[in-house]
Design a binder for this molecule. Structure first.
Ligand SMILES: [Zn+2]
Length: 83
């Protein structure tokens, strides 16, 4: 899955599927210490619980943030993603 960009704000993102729900989510490119997602498997991600984030980062794990959380236009495209 190659890097791409947000349709709305053109920030660089990539898509990953939630490890259980399989729902694709746009994720900001580049690790973010304030994020709560970790990349797992092939093209998947999982949520790191708040209480586990510090230990995960200390162990060298990279945290990422959902683009939903940072996209300035998220409210307009989160639900109806069509253009
Ligand atoms: Zn965006």
């Amino acid at each position: 899955m190659a890097g791409t960009e947000c349709d709305s704000c053109h920030a660089p993102i990539f898509w990953r599927r939630h490890i259980r729900t399989r729902i694709p989510t746009p994720i900001n490119i580049g690790p973010d210490p304030a994020g709560n997602l970790k990349l797992v498997g092939e093209g998947e991600y999982a949520v790191v619980a708040n209480q586990d984030r510090e230990g995960f980062a200390l162990a060298g794990g990279l945290l990422f943030k959902s683009h939903y959380a940072t996209c300035p236009n998220a409210p307009t495209w989160h639900t109806g993603r069509k253009k």
